[in-house]
Design a protein around this ligand. Structure first.
Ligand SMILES: [Zn+2]
Ligand SMILES: [Zn+2]
Length: 452
C-alpha cells in the first residue's frame, strides 16, 4: 500500500490521508486547520490532483476532519462518502455553520478566498453521503479485486468511527479520534480485536501523563461541586463548551445532578449551534439509540437563552449556569461575551472543561488566571480577574497509556502516527520503539508518499 498524510502543517491541523491499496484510491477525512484561515487551513489536495478517487471515508464531524470535505466532493463529483448514520445527519449542519463563520471571517479579516464553499456545495455533498452501520461490511470492486470496508465505534463524539480496510487478507485500521471510556451520552470505543497489519494511530494526548486517582467521573464530580460552591456564594458559573458533544453531555450531567440532589436547582442558560445539535441528538437517539440524550432534558432543566446585551464588567442580571460556545472562548463568541461580563465579580466562576489552545482567549485566561487583569482584545476592555477560574479534564481522547495498550495488543506490523503535536508523537515513538521493536514505526512527513 501507499499513503500520503495530506495535512501540510503536521500536528493536529487539517486531517486528511490518501491511501492507495491495490487498485483502490481512498481518502480518509478532509478537515480544516482550526488555527489557520482561508487556503492556509486546507489539506494539500495538489498531491491527488488528476487522481481518480474511488471512495471517501469520514470518521466524524469535528471540523478538523470534516471542514474541507465539500471542496473534495465538488472537485471529485460522483465519489461516494461513506460514513455512519449520525455523521450523515450532522455533517451538513456543522458545515452550514462553518460557512457562516467563514463569511464573518471574510469581513473581519479581509480574506478574499472565504468562504471556501457555499451552501450549494453542501447540497452536493449531501447526495454523496452513504451510510454504513458500525460493524457491517461494504465491498468495493475494481479490476477484479475487492476491498472490504468496516466502521467501528470510536467513542470520542457521536457518530465517530474507526475505519478498517481489508484487502488480500491484510487489514489496515485507522483509529480516527478515539476514546475507549464511556461518556454520559455515549458508549466507549469498540475497536477491532486481534492482529492488525497496519495501524494509523491518533496521538493527541501523547504529551499528557495519566493522572493517578483522577477519572472522567471524578472530574465530573469535582465540576459539580465547584458549580455548587459558586451558586452558594451567589454567583453565576460560565462553562465554555463545544457545540457538538460536550454541551449535550454537560446538560445531561446537570440534569442528573439536579435530579439526584447533588446540585441545587439553578437556572441554566444556553444558546447557539449546540442547542440545535440537541435536536439532532434526540432524533438519532429515537432512530437508533446511538446516543443517550433526549429533549426532555432541556425541558426539565427549563433551559433559556442568555440575555443578548453585552455588559462589559457589569455582572449578569440573571444568575445561573451559562453553557455556551465556544469551548476555547474564541473572540466574539457567546462564551467570550459572558466572560467579559462576569470576570470582574468575585462571586462568579468560569469552569473550563475542554482543551484550550494557548493562543485562544480561553487558553490565555487559564494561563493568566493569577494575574490581576485580563485583556478582552475584541472589546478593547481590560477586566479585573476576580471570578474563580478552574479547569477540568474531560477530554474526548483516549489517554496515551490505553492507546499504547491497544497498539501492543494489535501486534501491528506497521504503525503510522497522526493527529498529535511533535511532543505527543515523540512520546509514542519512544515508547513503541522499545515495546514493539519489530514494528515498522512511521511518523510521516507531511505530504510525502510512503510505500509499505
Ligand atoms: Zn475529533
Ligand atoms: Zn480531531
Amino acid at each position: 500500500m501507499e499513503f500520503i498524510d495530506l495535512n501540510p502543517h503536521g500536528e493536529i491541523g487539517s486531517n486528511c490521508t490518501f491511501i492507495k491499496i491495490g487498485p483502490f484510491n481512498l481518502l480518509i477525512d478532509a478537515g480544516l486547520h482550526p488555527k489557520k484561515l482561508g487556503n492556509d487551513a486546507m489539506p494539500d489536495f495538489n498531491h491527488i490532483n488528476g487522481c481518480s478517487i474511488d471512495c471517501i471515508l469520514l470518521t466524524h464531524c469535528h471540523l478538523d476532519h470534516l471542514g474541507s470535505l465539500p471542496i473534495i466532493t465538488r472537485d471529485h463529483p460522483n465519489v461516494p462518502v461513506i460514513t455512519t448514520i449520525p455523521n450523515k445527519l450532522l455533517a451538513p449542519r456543522m458545515l452550514r455553520n462553518s460557512i457562516n463563520v467563514m463569511k464573518r471571517q471574510k469581513e473581519e479579516k479581509g480574506i478574499k478566498e472565504l468562504p471556501l464553499y457555499v451552501h450549494k456545495d453542501i447540497d452536493h455533498l449531501k447526495r454523496a453521503l452513504v451510510t454504513l452501520p458500525y460493524g457491517k461490511s461494504k465491498f468495493l470492486h475494481k479490476d477484479n479485486e475487492s476491498i472490504e470496508i468496516k466502521l467501528h465505534r470510536a467513542g470520542h463524539i457521536i457518530g465517530a468511527c474507526a475505519i478498517e480496510l481489508t484487502h488480500n487478507k491484510k487489514n489496515i485500521v485507522l483509529s480516527g479520534d478515539v476514546l475507549f471510556k464511556p461518556q454520559r451520552t455515549l458508549k466507549g470505543a469498540k475497536l477491532p480485536k486481534g492482529h492488525i497489519n497496519t495501524l494509523f494511530l491518533e496521538t493527541t494526548r501523547g504529551a499528557t501523563k495519566r493522572q493517578i486517582g483522577s477519572s472522567r467521573e471524578s472530574e465530573l464530580e469535582r465540576l459539580i461541586q465547584s458549580i455548587q460552591l459558586i451558586i452558594n456564594r451567589g454567583g453565576s458559573c460560565l462553562i465554555p463548551v463545544f457545540a457538538l458533544g460536550r454541551m449535550q453531555e454537560i446538560l445531561k450531567v446537570l440534569f442528573e445532578s439536579m435530579e439526584t440532589g447533588k446540585l441545587s436547582k439553578t437556572p441554566v442558560y444556553a444558546k447557539g449551534l449546540g442547542m440545535d445539535v440537541c435536536n439532532y441528538f434526540d432524533k438519532i437517539n429515537q432512530r437508533n439509540g446511538l446516543v443517550d440524550f433526549n429533549l426532555k432534558i432541556l425541558k426539565k432543566l427549563n433551559v433559556r437563552a442568555p440575555e443578548a446585551k453585552l455588559r462589559l464588567g457589569k455582572n449578569l442580571k440573571k444568575k445561573g449556569i451559562y453553557l455556551v460556545s465556544s469551548g476555547m472562548m474564541v473572540e466574539r463568541t457567546p462564551s467570550y461575551h459572558i466572560a467579559a461580563s462576569l470576570l470582574a465579580h468575585k462571586v462568579n466562576g468560569i469552569c473550563f472543561i475542554g482543551y484550550c489552545d494557548p493562543d485562544t482567549p480561553g487558553g490565555k485566561l487559564i494561563e493568566q488566571k493569577n494575574n490581576e487583569t485580563f485583556f478582552f482584545e475584541a472589546f478593547d476592555y481590560l477586566s479585573p480577574i476576580l471570578a474563580s477560574i478552574d479547569k477540568y479534564d474531560l477530554s474526548g481522547h483516549a489517554d496515551r497509556e490505553s492507546l499504547i495498550k491497544f497498539a501492543e495488543k494489535s501486534n501491528a506490523k506497521n504503525i503510522i502516527l497522526n493527529h498529535g503535536d511533535n511532543e505527543a508523537r515523540k512520546w509514542f515513538k519512544d515508547v513503541l520503539r522499545k515495546s514493539m521493536p519489530k514494528t515498522n514505526l512511521i511518523d510521516p512527513d507531511p505530504c510525502k508518499l510512503y510505500s509499505i
